[in-house]
Ligand binder design. Structure first.
Ligand code: HEM
Length: 407
């Protein structure tokens, strides 16, 4: 059961011991140097300092494992579909152990600061379109070169129904930027707690996949923080690099929206960085060194770049989306995931994107950019927003998976 495999993984220092030959992938390597990030830099300010590779989600995992084994999951998913807004009561039809867990998990952390959240919203409101482009091309594409995440997604159900998976991930990026995200009429608490439950389900299901090393439990606390850094940390670094006006209170506010999200996703407070300085430091330690290509990640990247093909939006073609990826993540990562340089758009981005943003965000009134380039970027953003709003218009419900990817 999940508890046994967790203990086994712990004993093995997080290294998988699956049967040779059954493995389509290598198990993640042990840490070269002992874990040394100090919990003093966290929102908790203190902690035991346990290596986050050896911690999963002891509150959610046994509850969800039991639900998947013993209950009618279709019925539970039908109940969960009715739970949408933060202020709504937890559906009565859920098993009592699951209701108890949700009642506990939905509580905002004591350190939630609503003034900071409001400043974070101001930032999202002002720069929402550019931020959503970065969720897709900085965070989304980066997930394909985070080996633990790329493999977990590829071999889970979400890898098979990828468009649906992306739409639901986009929902989280959308919900976190809304004015009432964490208020009773918002949806971010529900979205985060459901996501926490999905991750617990993945911990239970993936080790049962013939493609997965049996004793290796995915989505450790470290994995969660690695992915977290691919989101707000990477995005804030890029926005600052692009010269987007970022007043300190809004910068702290944007961070805070993600600190609260991290807590609701089940990340322990002792691993959630208290400031950007701490976040950048932790990211250098745990995100940068793990980035690498995998067979699974290359496939996912290709799937991602083809998502725009479905609507008749000419600027969302694979080569143009690839050019944005290369521009934002750099040549090394683009080469890893086999995204070629694009002869027209790559130079256009290199020369004209910074001046375009400077005009668009009101930093300057005139900039060295042709009308044509300006129009192309405007049109790209317009089509991008059309696309993701159309994705969000479908009824989206984050539901418990009951199986892995079928090959
Ligand atoms: C599912 C977000 C970290 C692997 C999801 C979903 C969301 C999400 C919104 C629901 C999508 C759906 O229902 O299809 C996040 C966020 C993270 C994070 C915000 C960190 C801050 C991770 C990590 C891994 C991971 C670290 C793996 C190492 C998965 C998998 C699924 C999932 C395998 C389920 C796909 C499926 O079978 O439907 N995540 N995630 N996630 N996530 Fe995460």
């Amino acid at each position: 059961d999940a508890e046994v495999s967790r203990r086994a993984a712990l004993k093995a220092g997080g290294v998988a011991l699956g049967g040779v030959g059954a493995l389509a992938m290598a198990a993640p390597a042990a840490r070269a140097e002992p874990w040394s990030w100090s919990p003093r830099g966290s929102v908790a300010g203190h902690g035991a300092g346990a290596d986050p590779r050896t911690v999963w989600d002891p509150e959610a995992d046994p509850v969800i494992a039991n639900v998947l084994e013993k209950h009618n999951v279709n019925r539970i998913n039908a109940e969960l579909r009715t739970w949408v807004r933060n202020g709504q009561p937890v559906p009565k039809g859920l098993p009592s152990e699951l209701r108890d867990f949700i009642e506990y998990a939905r509580i905002l952390p004591s350190w939630t600061d609503h003034r900071k959240l409001a400043a974070g919203f101001e930032y999202n409101k002002k720069h929402g379109t550019v931020i959503s482009v970065l969720y897709a091309f900085a965070s989304g594409m980066m997930s394909t070169v985070i080996p633990n995440e790329a493999r977990a997604v590829y071999y889970s159900k979400g890898g098979q129904f990828f468009k649906d998976r992306i739409a639901k991930t986009a929902k989280l990026g959308y919900d976190i930027g809304t004015v009432n995200a964490y208020q009773p009429d918002g949806q971010m608490i529900v979205t985060s707690v459901k996501t926490r439950m999905i991750h617990a389900a993945v911990r239970h299901l993936l080790p049962q996949s013939p493609h997965w090393p049996k004793q290796y439990v995915p989505i450790s606390q470290e994995d969660l923080m690695v992915t977290w850094h691919s989101l707000p940390t990477t995005i804030m670094q890029t926005l600052v690099k692009w010269g987007i006006p970022t007043p300190p209170d809004q910068s702290k506010g944007y961070l805070h929206t993600w600190q609260v999200c991290g807590h609701l996703l089940g990340i322990k407070d002792e691993y959630i960085p208290a400031s950007w300085r701490q976040a950048n430091g932790q990211s250098r330690k745990i995100l940068k060194p793990v980035l690498a290509p995998t067979r699974e990640g290359v496939r996912l990247a290709d799937d991602l770049l083809r998502l725009g093909n479905e609507l008749d939006l000419t600027l969302l073609s694979k080569p143009i989306l690839g050019a944005f990826t290369r521009y934002i993540l750099g040549d090394k990562i683009a080469n890893w995931i086999r995204v070629p340089r694009e002869p027209v758009w790559s130079p256009l981005l290199e020369f004209s994107w910074p001046p375009y943003l400077a005009v668009r965000s009101g930093i300057v009134t005139a900039a060295p950019i042709t009308d044509n380039a300006y129009w192309l970027f405007d049109e790209f953003l317009r089509q991008f927003v059309l696309w993701y709003m159309s994705e969000l218009r479908m009824p989206l419900s984050i539901e418990l998976p009951q199986h892995n990817r079928h090959f």
